[in-house]
Design a protein around this ligand. Structure first.
Ligand SMILES: [Zn+2]
Length: 347
């Protein structure tokens, strides 16, 4: 967090809870959205949904973030189910809500509304859940990696080429972070980081957004290990990754997605051994099968995450691709007996 800014009210509340127990993050949006079986009209909100005021000629099927505007009730219901399953922290459905990612759908103009409404919808879902069980919960504004990398050339014949610059990314992430904060995000969560330079642009933008807001929000940073050698796509080990993001003084650092919990464990242990901040882990429900579906059941995922907790590696846990509210419920129950990891004090 930026040292000069006063912490947000949620900051203190989250710190109190994190000292008491392992906190629970929600699970995948994609799996739940697939179950809605929406066609092009469904994505556009025609016939029963809400037509988007932003026009685009591009096909919208698969633009999951757009459902914030066109199917808000369905999106709120998914967030609500995760909250009731035991999530303390629920992520906005804004993984691709940047001008860079929305350019594929011709919806750059919708980005502010997507982030603003994306955060408001989660807040509504969490308030509904709190009215029933009295538990405090937190909105994590999710910032995804975008579909372009600033460190690696997508053109094998031109290794110096970059599809996006640091400044393009910073500007896009700043707009996203400001929309999320305006919508009431308690936390900013930079996730599925495969390119550290993209992440650095996102971090810089989040700190700028906090500066503009006049308050420090907890910042969660989550990388993804995409190959068995234990490196991010831009080639870093977990230790190197930590050293490139620690300047931001994140509330948590961790890993999500990719290879599933079993493959994540050694990398998580490495990160836990070097990072003097909270550790967050939310793996996929195993590896996808030949049809791109995830077969790992709630109890299987939960048992592996309980091992992380038993070994004292984690402070926040949840699920990524393929996980459901049942996975989150099982994870919450499985880690309940264990104490949160003690944050080490390194000089
Ligand atoms: Zn994932």
């Amino acid at each position: 967090m930026p040292a000069r800014l006063p912490p947000s009210p949620a900051f203190a509340a989250l710190n109190r809870l994190a000292a008491q127990r392992i906190l629970i993050l929600d699970g995948a949006m994609g799996t739940q959205i697939q179950q809605l079986a929406l066609d092009e009209d469904g994505y556009r909100g025609h016939g029963g949904g809400h037509a988007c005021r932003h026009h685009s000629d591009h096909p919208q099927k698969g633009n999951n973030d757009l459902l914030i505007l066109t199917q808000p009730e369905a999106v709120e219901e998914i967030h609500y189910r995760y909250a009731r399953a035991g999530a303390d922290i629920v992520e906005t459905n804004t993984f691709s809500a940047t001008t860079i990612a929305q350019a594929d759908y011709g919806l750059e103009a919708a980005v502010h509304d997507l982030n603003l409404e994306g955060a408001r919808i989660v807040r509504r879902a969490l308030d509904r859940a709190a009215a029933e069980d009295g538990r405090p919960r937190f909105v994590a504004g999710a910032l995804g990696p975008t579909n372009r990398t600033a460190s690696i050339s997508p053109d094998v014949n031109n290794p110096g080429y970059r599809a996006v610059s640091f400044e393009d990314l910073r500007r896009a992430y700043l707009q996203q972070a400001q929309g999320l904060i305006a919508g009431g995000a308690d936390i900013l969560l930079i996730e599925t980081i495969f390119d550290t330079l993209n992440a650095k642009a996102a971090i810089f933008a989040c700190l700028q957004a906090m500066e503009a807001h006049g308050m420090a929000l907890p910042l969660m940073i989550s990388g993804t290990i995409t190959d068995a050698s234990g490196r991010t796509l831009s080639g870093q080990t977990p230790t190197a990754f930590w050293h490139s993001v620690r300047h931001a003084r994140p509330w948590s650092v961790g890993l999500n997605c990719a290879l599933g919990a079993a493959a994540m464990r050694p990398h998580l242990a490495e990160l836990s051994g070097v990072a003097d901040t909270l550790i967050c882990a939310y793996p996929n429900a195993g590896l996808p099968n030949a049809f791109g579906q995830y077969d790992e059941g709630p109890l299987d995922t939960a048992a592996q995450i309980a091992d992380f907790a038993r070994e004292g590696l984690v402070n926040v846990v949840g699920g990524c691709c393929g996980t459901t509210p049942d996975h989150v419920r099982a994870i919450a129950e499985a880690v309940a007996p264990f104490s949160p990891r003690k944050v080490p004090e390194y000089a």
